[in-house]
Design a protein around this ligand. Structure first.
Ligand code: NDP
Ligand code: A1CAB
Length: 293
C-alpha cells in the first residue's frame, strides 16, 4: 500500500477523474467548491443525471465540466472515473445504483452523500466489495464553508481516507464519526442551513412588517447572522455566554427571549433536529427494503 502525505493528497486529487452520478443541488455545491478551491480542473469532472437535459447544458456552460444523461452515456464516464460520487435522492438510489452496478469496479472509490443510506445497504446494492465513503455534507460546501460528517467502510484504504477527507476539507470542515452518528449529523448540519435560512426569513419578515424596507431588513439580518457565527468562532466563547452579553437585565433582548421561551424555541429546535435524524433513518430503512426485496 502506498501512503501519501496530506499535501501530496491535494496533488493526487488533481490527477483523479471524478464522476458525479446525480447532478442536483448537492452535486453542484461540491463541484463548485472543488473547482473554486483549485483542487481539480473541469476536464476531470463528469456529471450525469437522468432526464433533465437543460440542467446538463447549464452545468457545462457554468463550470466547463463534462455532462451526460445516464441513458446516453452509461459506460464511459462511470467506468473511467477513479471516484464515483452518488448524488441522487434517497428514493431514487436503489434503482439508480442497480442500473450501473455492472459498470463499477473495486478499483474505484465510492463516495455517497445520500441521506440515511447505510454502507451495508450500499454494499448490497453494489453486489461486490468496493471501498465506500459515506458522508453527510451540506450546501455551504459551495462557498468553502461546508460541514461534513464522514464514515468509511472497512475496504477504504488509509490513502483513500486521506483523499476523501482532503476533498471535503477543501470545501469546509470535516468530522469523522461512527457511521450510526451520521443520522444525527444529517439532522444537525446536513439540514441545518435550512433552519438558519428559516430563522432569517422570519427576521426579515418581522423587520419589514415593522416598517423597515425589505432591503434594509435583509441586509441587517444577513450581517447579524454572519456576525453572530463569526463571534462564536473568533472568541471561542459559548453561544450561551455570548447571548448573556447581549441581554441586559430587563432590556429588549430579555423581553424577546421571554417570548421565544414562551413559544418553546429550544424545545422546537431540539425536536426538529431529532425528527430529521429519525427521518434519515426511515429513509435509509426504505432503501434497504428496496435493496433486499
Ligand atoms: N440538498 C442538500 O442540502 C443535501 C443533500 N444531500 C443528499 O444529496 C442527495 C442529492 O440531493 P439534492 O442534490 O438536493 O437532489 P436534487 O433533486 O437536486 O438532485 C438529484 C439528482 O439526481 C439525479 N437522478 C435521480 N435519479 C437518477 C437516476 N436514476 N440516474 C441518474 N441520475 C438520477 C437527478 O436527475 P434528473 O433531474 O434528471 O432526474 C438530479 O440530477 C440526496 O441523497 C440528499 O440526501 C446531502 C446533504 C445536503
Ligand atoms: O432534506 C434532505 O433530505 C437532504 C438531506 C440533508 C439536507 N437535505
Amino acid at each position: 500500500m502506498t501512503l501519501i502525505s496530506s499535501s501530496n493528497a491535494t496533488h493526487k486529487i488533481a490527477s483523479l477523474k471524478m464522476c458525479f452520478y446525480g447532478a442536483g443541488s448537492m452535486a453542484e455545491a461540491m463541484v463548485r467548491g472543488l473547482l473554486d478551491r483549485g483542487l481539480t480542473e473541469p476536464g476531470q469532472i463528469s456529471m450525469m443525471n437522468r432526464q433533465n437535459a437543460a440542467r446538463m447544458e447549464e452545468l457545462t456552460a457554468r463550470y466547463g465540466v463534462n455532462t451526460s444523461m445516464i441513458e446516453a452515456d452509461k459506460s464511459a464516464m462511470l467506468k473511467e472515473a477513479d471516484i464515483v460520487f452518488l448524488m441522487m435522492k434517497p428514493k431514487d438510489a436503489a434503482e439508480a445504483i442497480g442500473q450501473v452496478r455492472e459498470l463499477l469496479h473495486p478499483g474505484q472509490l465510492i463516495i455517497s452523500v445520500i441521506a440515511g443510506m447505510t454502507i451495508r445497504t450500499l454494499e448490497t446494492l453494489l453486489g461486490k466489495p468496493m471501498p465506500i465513503v459515506r458522508t453527510m455534507p451540506n450546501t455551504s460546501s459551495t462557498i468553502g464553508l461546508g460541514a461534513t460528517g464522514v464514515s468509511f467502510s472497512a475496504a477504504v484504504s488509509q490513502e483513500q481516507r486521506l483523499l476523501a477527507e482532503t476533498m471535503f476539507q477543501a470545501v469546509g470542515l470535516t468530522t469523522v464519526v461512527e457511521e450510526r452518528m451520521l443520522e444525527v449529523v444529517t439532522g444537525l448540519s446536513g439540514s441545518g442551513p435550512a433552519y438558519v435560512y428559516y430563522l432569517m426569513e422570519a427576521m426579515i419578515a418581522a423587520g419589514s412588517e415593522l416598517g423597515l424596507s425589505e432591503e434594509a431588513a435583509r441586509e441587517l439580518t444577513v450581517q447579524t447572522v454572519l456576525g453572530a457565527a463569526h463571534m462564536v468562532k473568533a472568541t471561542g466563547e459559548n453561544p450561551a455566554e455570548l447571548r448573556r452579553k447581549v441581554t441586559s437585565p430587563n432590556g429588549t433582548t430579555q423581553a424577546a427571549i421571554e417570548k421565544l421561551d414562551a413559544n418553546q424555541f429550544s424545545q422546537a429546535v431540539i425536536s426538529a433536529i431529532s425528527r430529521a435524524a429519525e427521518r434519515a433513518a426511515e429513509m435509509g430503512a426504505e432503501i434497504e427494503r428496496k435493496a433486499t426485496s
